[in-house]
Design a protein around this ligand. Structure first.
Ligand SMILES: Nc1ncnc2c1ncn2[C@@H]1O[C@H](COP(=O)(O)OP(=O)(O)O)[C@@H](O)[C@H]1O
Ligand SMILES: [Mg+2]
Length: 233
């Protein structure tokens, strides 16, 4: 018997014919014109494309934060578009992690508490949640920063906290939207190296929207969105 968890080619996400049309009173904007892709466990996929081309729109749809106008989406073999309300929120909390351009850490909480928070909702013992959070923070060089609040950390450090927070619940998939978009070149390189290392060591499936070619090239697969269509390598 093969252990499903360790089967490297297992499909974790399958999207087919994803269209997204934004309608306002006077206009209709078709941002995505039928995007299809499959992501397998442990893969790191970069999606590039010019500003305004639809990277965030696609990330929100694949991450179940927004719905497509048309199309099919399976995550972990579940038809997620048939879920709504609490069951969709539960599915998302359990299976998906997010990293955004601006870290979205809670300012009143320390780095350690921010990483622990998602785990505190679950049934697991607090000590275990804390140990895992400390281990992850230490693995990205933040062992001296457990008690710092976001305002007492640099931009790059905040993003590292945001990345490990996304990984803390051991999600099936992590989506990152321009994770280094707000950082200078040195901090952004350090963050990219960290993402690649963590994905490898944690066997984490990662999908990163970025306009940074260096980051895109260091991942397993690269896709490019142009005129509403995704071209995958
Ligand atoms: N909620 C919305 N309503 C109307 N238009 C939107 C909405 N969200 C995004 N758009 C438009 O869709 C296009 C793609 O946006 P976005 O996905 O944010 O691009 P990217 O992340 O690649 O920069 C842009 O032209 C943007 O103005
Ligand atoms: Mg965007």
């Amino acid at each position: 018997m093969t252990d499903r968890v360790d089967t490297p080619r297992e499909t974790v996400l399958k999207a087919h014919g994803i269209r997204k049309v934004f309608r306002t009173a006077s206009t209709e904007l078709e941002v995505l014109k039928g995007v299809s892709l499959e992501v397998r466990r442990g893969e790191m996929v970069a999606i590039t494309g010019a500003s305004g081309v639809g990277k965030s729109t696609l990330l929100h749809i694949l991450g179940t934060l927004d719905r497509p106008s048309e199309g099919e989406l399976e995550i972990n073999a579940e038809d997620v578009l048939s879920l709504d309300g609490d069951s969709l929120a539960q599915f998302r909390n359990r299976h998906i992690g997010f990293v955004f351009q601006f870290h979205n850490l809670l300012p009143e909480f320390t780095a350690l508490e921010n990483v622990m928070l998602p785990g505190m909702i679950g049934p697991g013992p607090v000590a275990e949640v804390r140990d895992k959070a400390m281990e992850l923070l230490a693995s990205v060089g933040l062992e001296e920063r457990f008690d710092h609040r976001p305002g007492e950390l640099s931009g790059g450090e905040c993003q590292r906290v945001a990345v490990v927070r996304a990984l803390a619940m051991n999600p099936l998939l992590v989506f990152a939207d321009e994770p280094s978009g707000n950082l200078d070149a040195a901090a952004s390189n350090a963050l990219h190296e960290m993402i690649v290392e963590l994905s490898r060591s944690e066997k984490q499936t990662f999908m990163v929207m970025t306009h940074d070619q260096n980051l895109a090239q260091s991942l397993d697969r690269t896709g490019h969105i142009e005129a509403g269509v995704l071209h995958l390598s």
